[in-house]
Design a protein around this ligand. Sequence first.
Ligand code: NAG
Ligand code: NAG
Ligand code: NAG
Ligand code: NAG
Length: 437
Amino acid sequence: MRRYFRVLSLCVALAFFSALYAFGQLASSLEARTAGRPDSGQEISANPGEGRRLRRRRQQRRPGGCENSVSVAFWDPYWRLSPDVCGVNCFMGSARRDDEAQKVHQLEPVHLAVVACGARLEETLTMLKSAVLFSSKALNFHIFTEDHLHGDFQKALNSWPAVHRHKFNYTTYPITFPNENSNEWKKLFKPCASQRLFLPLILNQVDSLLYVDTDILFLQPVEEIWNFLSRFNSSHLAAMAPEHEEPRIAWYNRFARHPYYGKTGVNSGVMLMNMTRIRATYFKNDMTSIPLSWEDLLMPLLQKYKLNITWADQDLLNIIFHHNPERLYVFPCQWNYRPDHCIYGSNCAAAEEHGVFILHGNRGVYHDDKQPVFRAIYEAIQKYSFGGDPLRDLLHPLEANLQRPSNTYCGRVAHLFTKRLRWSIGNLPHRQTPAGG
Ligand SMILES: *[C@@H]1O[C@H](CO)[C@@H](O)[C@H](O)[C@H]1NC(C)=O
Ligand SMILES: *[C@@H]1O[C@H](CO)[C@@H](O)[C@H](O)[C@H]1NC(C)=O
Ligand SMILES: *[C@@H]1O[C@H](CO)[C@@H](O)[C@H](O)[C@H]1NC(C)=O
Ligand SMILES: *[C@@H]1O[C@H](CO)[C@@H](O)[C@H](O)[C@H]1NC(C)=O
């Protein structure tokens, strides 16, 4: 009786997989029919082999034999299909695709890039420390810096204790510009200010990247923001937070002499990119009627607007996404929390609800006395040494420090700054065992 049951369930399973296989075949034939239609996806590929190559690369990365035995074509093509050919299988197909995407994300390390010039060594190391402290995913740092700082970065990072050192790999790179226009770029901006625009071209083997300014602090695991990549629809290729929440004190809508994204522009201090898509996309622009690739877009854009831009490459990004708004995923302000969000009173509603996730101490507030809360957070992380108890040595002294009465608006909402940090520290693996303290 039991054997009979086992044979029966085997048959059912086989029938199920055959059905899946049949759907898979159907899907690939549909895909073959739609391939090459310019409206079937956002990637306009200059050469027809490109799409296939990308797909093959994705298949290679896919772990485990199980999915492959069903037919990879089954879920891959659905997001490329136009609605009229996407029948009853779409729902199933897209659900599978999400699972797959998540799996790929789990295997790939988080790629984090920073551009550090001038006296930014310590600040950058503190940012990297905050990334390492709370993340459980493998991290890959891409550090662009002036030649004399390479050794300092290597020395510092290699000295971190093994248990943290094992969580990341890193590479240091010199500041580089595209050859023909190298001098022009160097002349126009501060030494490294435009470097981040070229990351999709320089790191041409990297699929996706989180770029952050040196004055960023992660108050929760980096993988949390990385997960926005899987929320991108097929048009999205980058994600940023608004430059301002409150138009009355915002900059772009009052002063900018160039187009900008949305109501108040976007801030590029925390920028998540799917660089595969950036490299494959042709961008609408106000210089020619033909869309231009990222590479061909930047220099003409700079030439056109160089007399009108104030915040360097952030302005260029705002111009680009003004003309291509559907390509930008906008995440809320607690993911890029700046003094602007509290300096004249708290205006980041999402942070009031959830706490600050990523702190951005722009305008030097980690190093002067204008916003003591920002400085206190920075110094707490900077002074914390790996191996200490993060609750006893980081959070408790910080909270005690922030309890002192404050005469700044940001100081009055100090509890928002530690809300998420407390959660992150509570979730650290070794804190869950009683022996940890
Ligand atoms: C660092 O690189 C080595 C060699 O490529 C690899 O085996 C290891 O898994 C990487 N570590 C992380 C955290 O990505
Ligand atoms: C630059 O600003 C000036 C003054 O506001 C404006 O007249 C001009 O059109 C702007 N240039 C561009 C390329 O938008
Ligand atoms: C980035 O976009 C490419 C092309 O659409 C896609 O294959 C890849 O999975 C995306 N990367 C991530 C991390 O979502
Ligand atoms: C993706 O979302 C943006 C809004 O963020 C929207 O403008 C765009 O049309 C969407 N793309 C697709 C293909 O749904």
